[in-house]
Design a protein around this ligand. Structure first.
Ligand code: ATP
Length: 406
């Protein structure tokens, strides 16, 4: 940086008292001239200082603009591969280019090899990024070998047969479809009230066909992953093809495939995109091999008809609330491992639980067991079912009015 020029010396006036008036006048005139000269020099210095200030202001403005553009311009994502004494080796995602760059002082403490960072065009690290959250893991449940069997499902024999025909057969007997020359259905839609065994059915098919069970809930997809719905649908199908044979189970499909409404909010547009992605994945499905899709909904009336076209969910299977026989079977299934007193009468229990779903019957059995434990017994008696019935009824108004046990 250039130094400022030193200021000229201030002229001094020294008048001798013995001077004659004309000598005095001469000295004053000299002094005046010196003052004018110094003033001129100071004015010159002031002008050049002003000029310099203008130049510097311009430079500062330029730097500020550059800084703003640097801050606003996109950054690249990279991984810090190796932290060295004199820098850090970063590998840019996408092109895998490795570069040795400086490690900013602010990150010297916290940065570790493997962390993700944001870098600019000249590879200098701008910030450290949060560790990548695996959206797939959050949105999907993957079960390599589900344990539910068809025998664990009560009262749905007809539905089990239909699902076996539409999903199991094409998976284990693909040649048969080839020979006959027909396309097996791509997807099966299970519809019916909550807690009636739709998820169980999908798990059981995966178990019986030794397929991986991959579950994704439509509502989670729309709520949690705003802007990522269509990417997640793509991921879902990709994951299934990595793990085939696989059963993709999309629960609450109405959340992504509800009828188009009049409103045009951005949320709706996002749901639409997710659904379009789902449809296009299903349409391009023929060559995908051993992957089958099962979807479920409690709101069949809400579904967009586009999803029900041939080649998509063209098999619709209604899973109703269990009838009296079904309820009896479900109660038997859920009390199989319980020590029951001989008096417990399933026929009667099935009759008084009209309107109960499979899930409610399962919780009735568990509650009855809890009452027995509370009473210090190991056998579960009719009175425990009575108490449980009262409790389940009280906690739920969907099953209608409280019922009289006898
Ligand atoms: P939702 O529509 O709310 O997702 P769902 O129809 O998928 O419900 P499931 O998740 O399969 O219902 O059932 C919940 C639980 O209820 C099961 O884990 C099981 O214990 C019990 N259950 C439901 N239906 C049956 C059934 N038909 N047989 C035996 N158990 C059943």
């Amino acid at each position: 940086m250039s130094r400022s020029p030193s200021l000229p010396e201030r002229p001094r006036l020294e008048l001798d008292p013995d001077m004659t008036p004309s000598e005095r006048l001469g000295a004053l005139q000299d002094h005046f001239e010196q003052l004018v000269q110094v003033n001129r020099e100071l004015e010159d210095q002031l002008d050049s200082a002003r000029e310099r200030r203008e130049a510097l202001t311009e430079e500062v403005d330029g730097l500020e603009r550059e800084n703003e553009t640097l801050k606003a311009s996109s950054l690249y994502v990279a991984t810090a591969e190796e932290i060295l004494d004199d820098g850090v080796v970063v590998k840019q995602h996408g092109n895998n280019q490795e570069v040795l760059t400086e490690l900013p002082n602010t990150l010297r403490e916290g940065l570790e090899a493997g962390d993700r960072v944001a870098i600019n065009d000249s590879f200098s690290i701008q910030s450290q990024l949060e560790s990548e959250t695996d959206a797939r893991a959050q949105a999907m449940e993957v079960d390599e070998s589900p344990t539910v069997t068809y025998d664990d499902i009560g009262g749905l024999e007809e539905q089990i047969n239909e699902v076996r025909e539409a999903v199991e057969e094409p998976l284990i007997n693909a040649e048969q479809f080839d020979t006959v020359g027909i396309e097996p259905p791509s997807g099966v839609l299970l519809h019916g009230p909550p807690g009636t065994g739709k998820t169980m059915l999908a798990r059981a098919v995966a178990n019986e066909t030794d397929a991986t069970f991959i579950k994704m809930a439509g509502s989670e997809l729309v709520r949690k992953f705003i802007g990522e719905g269509s990417r997640l649908v793509r991921d879902l199908f990709e994951l299934a093809s990595e793990r085939e044979p696989a059963i993709i189970f999309i629960d609450e499909i109405d959340a992504v495939a509800a009828k188009r409404t009049e409103s045009k909010t951005s949320g709706d547009a996002e749901v639409q995109r997710t659904m379009m992605q789902l449809l296009s994945e299903m349409d391009g499905f023929e060559d995908r091999g051993e992957i089958r899709i099962i979807a479920a909904t409690n709101r069949f009336d809400m579904l967009d008809r586009a999803i029900l076209r041939p080649g998509r969910f063209d098999r619709l299977i209604e899973v109703p609330e269990p009838d009296v026989e079904g309820r009896k079977r479900i109660l038997e299934i859920h009390t199989e491992d319980m020590s029951l007193a001989d008096e417990v009468d399933f026929e009667h229990l099935a009759e008084v639980t009209d309107g109960f779903s499979g899930a409610e019957l399962a919780s009735l059995a568990t509650e009855a067991g809890m009452f027995a434990i509370r009473d210090g017994r190991t056998d579960v008696r009719t009175e425990d079912f009575e108490d449980a019935l009262e409790k389940v009824e009280a906690g739920d108004d969907s099953a209608g009015q409280p019922v009289a046990f006898y």
